[in-house]
Design a protein around this ligand. Structure first.
Ligand code: IMP
Ligand code: MG
Length: 176
């Protein structure tokens, strides 16, 4: 890939793999006896969802939403909207929202309110990354977190900058 010298490794493939296994065990223990309905926010969380869910030995189903996010920029506007909706009803189901990264928190607050309005049996959040220094939205709760990172722009393992770098097997910081 061109310009990989503008990315410095923050979290290696091995570290990700180890942490994903730990999260999967925690989730498996907490949801024992339940079906988990994983709702993934496209596109950034898709690699995390596929690795995480394959390590959970329970009955799991998937659905996907698309929310407006940064577009091709690296700064967030406050307004979030749904670009593509759930395809199945979440009422009475144990919803686990799978996110790539929580930054200002606007997206997660929006999705939580949206999904809770549809009366799931339970609702929890699993995010690969968190950038707590950037938080703006109030009342963000992350039930399962991979890694807390400093205020750097993260790419790789699903995360992009202008749709690039998603396929890196590690998480890097982009120098912009
Ligand atoms: P929030 O609404 O500000 O919490 O932003 C959430 C969304 O912005 C994430 O789901 C990502 O799609 C995107 N985002 C935030 N920070 C980063 C980053 O460091 N790298 C790549 N995408 C990011
Ligand atoms: Mg996202």
């Amino acid at each position: 890939m061109d310009n990989l010298n503008s990315v410095s490794v923050m979290i290696t493939e091995e570290e990700i793999n180890r942490r994903v296994c730990e999260l999967a065990s925690e989730i498996e223990r907490d949801y024992r006896g339940c079906r988990i309905h994983m709702v993934c926010a496209l596109k950034g969380a898709v690699i995390f969802l596929s690795d995480l869910s394959r390590k959970i030995n329970l009955d799991v189903s998937y659905d996907f939403v698309v929310v407006s996010s940064y577009g091709d920029e690296s700064v967030s506007g406050g307004a979030v909207c749904l670009k593509s909706d759930l395809t199945a009803c979440v009422e009475g189901r144990h919803v686990l929202l799978v996110e790539d990264i929580i930054d200002t928190g606007h997206t997660i607050v929006f999705l939580r309110e949206y999904i809770l309005s549809k009366n799931p049996a339970s609702f929890k959040v699993c995010s690969l990354l968190d950038k707590p220094d950037r938080r703006v939205a109030k009342g963000v709760k992350i039930d399962y977190l991979g890694f807390s990172i400093p205020d750097r722009f993260a790419v790789g393992y699903g995360l992009d900058y202008a749709q690039r770098y998603r396929n890196l097997p590690y998480i890097g910081a982009l120098k912009i």
